[in-house]
Design a protein around this ligand. Structure first.
Ligand code: CA
Length: 230
């Protein structure tokens, strides 16, 4: 990395906050912190960070609202949520608001560093993969700009579309998507549901009728298949 990646850590618990600073400074990152939601929001919207590590429960504006506000301003800003517990509701809400990933507390520092590196790698390489994805329903997706006309996609949704489009001759299993798109080697039940949540969100964006999908079809027992057009 030519220049140090800049991280913003928004976390109100002093011990966790200083621990994160130590770890990421040790790994060569430049780190700024906020200990409450209001400062966190202001800094997160400054646009000067390569990645935002965002606690959910914060004094002032909470992490979900900060994530929401970041997404309104910049769909490409990498965000990882630190969820207080691996409760499904927290995770589902975080993903719906467009976080790139989440890490459940108590987290392993090694795992967190790997997740940060993975998200930064993907955000860096996303710019190199400029191409169109043409679906069988006529929709043309501009993968470089994360959109199709007025429809906008999160980077994760685009990665999912890109991977499915590269494998469009076959259905792709959830486990493979978790491994190749999310980088999760060992999946759990909650994580396979993560795939389904993202597919459901994508269908609402790209299908003519999301209740009878024709662009992303479910192949029973095999996974999801993206149907490309001419
Ligand atoms: Ca907290």
């Amino acid at each position: 990395m030519a220049q140090k990646a800049r991280l913003l850590v928004v976390e109100d618990e002093a011990a966790i906050r200083s621990g994160l600073v130590d770890v990421f400074v040790y790994h060569g990152y430049e780190v700024e912190t906020a200990d409450n939601g209001d400062d966190g929001l202001r800094l997160a919207l400054s646009g000067k960070f390569d990645l935002v590590l965002l606690d959910v429960m914060l004094p002032g504006v909470d992490g979900f609202e900060i994530c929401n506000r970041i997404r309104q301003q910049d769909r490409q800003q990498p965000v990882i949520m630190l969820t207080a517990k691996s409760s499904d509701e927290d995770i589902v809400q975080g993903l719906t608001l467009g976080a790139d990933d989440y890490v459940a507390k108590p987290f392993s520092v090694t795992q967190l560093v790997l997740r940060v590196q993975a998200v930064l790698r993907r955000s860096g390489s996303a710019e190199d993969t400029a191409r169109e994805i043409r679906l069988n329903n006529g929709l043309v997706i501009d993968s470089a700009n994360l959109c199709a006309g007025d429809i906008v996609f999160t980077r994760r949704e685009m990665e999912l579309l890109q991977y499915l489009s590269q494998q469009a001759d076959r259905p792709v299993a959830r486990e493979e998507l978790l491994a190749r798109v999310w980088g999760y080697a060992n999946h759990m039940e909650i994580e396979t549901r993560t795939v389904d949540i993202h597919i459901a969100k994508l269908r609402r964006k790209i299908e003519i009728d999301a209740s009878s999908p024709e662009a992303i079809v479910t192949v029973r027992g095999a996974g999801y298949r993206l149907m490309l057009g001419e």
